[in-house]
Design a protein around this ligand. Structure first.
Ligand SMILES: Cc1ncc(C[n+]2csc(CCOP(=O)(O)OP(=O)(O)O)c2C)c(N)n1
Ligand SMILES: [Mg+2]
Length: 337
């Protein structure tokens, strides 16, 4: 039995029904995409790391769906879902994982370095907390150029103990930069729980050291994440006020493919979080408030399966980058003699 979402009161729909169904479709797409990458890893089509967003779909989709077209996104290495949520075709994400030319980073980045600048996605980064200063710079650029855009910077609980987190939050508040710091608290940094790593385990409270507004939301409830991100982005754009948004969530698999994720978590704990599977929760919400039929859900699932199938074919058929292109993008054109 799935516990019902916290949102149970009678209230008008927060978004048109078609938009709500789109959120469901994106969450399902990310779940199935990640499951497919596990299969592709076993077949050796994907090599190297893979950090999945399974369990965190509401946090990923809710936050990205709230972004405006001109807003910019930066994330950690747990980035496949963010790229898909931002609109990068699943085929380009899969091809990137395959190391193929059709990948969104031309096959040179792999799992941790998805990127799609035309869609405002400025990349996934492998150094924990290393991208927060980049987000600060993107927000400073928007401010300096007088552009009506804000930045969403997603990072994990582990990153809050990195110096760059403190430096970035401090500067963003000091300079009133348009940025929403999206703290995806999945309870663990690899095998270390938040409680073992942080003296103050209510992580959103850290923002008070920078006199910054902060909120904590249910990261398993896509609409709570959407609503909070939307409101905070508006504030960032209009009032140039940064904010910290902590989403409480859980990754169902291990940290990456090399970690079964069981030695530091009990089965009971994992099962408890699975009771609140974000996709099931939202499906139930839609059934209750928009009369979602099982046949509609099945049709969305079928559509998602089709997208995944095509993504794998696209990745399979895309060529590997040519050896001649090895030095491309390493030096600026001007530096060629
Ligand atoms: C500066 C730095 N230190 C250590 C690592 C190794 N490392 C990779 S992921 C990770 C855990 C980070 O956890 P968290 O920020 O909570 O993100 P999550 O993986 O849970 O999404 C660590 C320690 C790294 N990549 N960079
Ligand atoms: Mg974490």
């Amino acid at each position: 039995m799935v516990e019902q979402s916290a949102r149970t009161t009678e209230q008008p729909l927060p978004l048109p029904r078609s938009d709500l169904l789109h959120l469901l479709e994106r969450m399902l797409l990310i779940r199935r995409f990640e499951e497919k990458t596990m299969e592709m890893l076993a077949l050796n089509r994907i090599r190297g790391y893979c950090h999945w967003n399974i369990g965190e779909e509401a946090s990923v989709v809710g936050s990205v769906a709230a972004m405006g077209q001109g807003d910019r996104l930066v994330t950690s290495y747990r980035d496949h879902g963010f790229a898909i949520a931002r609109g990068t075709p699943a085929g380009a994400v899969m091809a990137e994982l395959f190391g193929k030319e059709g990948g969104c980073a031309g096959g040179r980045g792999g799992s941790m370095h998805m990127v799609d600048v035309p869609r405002g996605f400025f990349g996934g980064y492998g150094i924990v907390g290393g991208h927060l200063p980049l987000a600060t710079g993107l927000a400073l650029a928007a401010d300096y150029l007088g552009e009506d855009r804000a930045v969403v910077c997603a990072f994990g609980d582990g990153a809050t103990n990195i110096g760059a987190f403190h430096e970035s939050l401090n500067l963003s508040k000091l300079w009133n930069l348009p940025v929403v710091w999206l703290l995806t608290n999945n309870q663990y940094g690899m095998g270390t729980s938040v409680r073992r790593a942080s003296a103050e385990s209510e992580l959103y409270k850290r923002a008070c050291a920078y006199n910054m507004h902060a909120e904590q939301v249910d990261g398993m409830d896509v609409l709570s994440v959407y609503e909070a991100t939307h409101r905070l982005l508006l504030r960032a754009r209009k009032q140039h006020e940064p904010a910290l948004l902590e989403t409480l969530t859980y990754r169902y698999p291990g940290h990456s493919y090399a970690d079964p994720g069981r030695s530091y978590r009990t089965k009971e704990e994992i099962d408890r979080w699975k009771q609140r599977d974000p996709i099931r929760l939202f499906q139930h919400y839609l059934e209750e408030y928009t009369s979602l039929e099982q046949s509609e859900f099945d049709a969305i699932e079928k559509h998602v399966d089709q997208i995944i199938e095509e993504a794998v074919s696209f990745a399979e058929e895309s060529p590997f980058p040519s050896p001649d292109s090895l030095f491309q993008h390493l030096y600026a054109e001007e530096s060629k003699s």
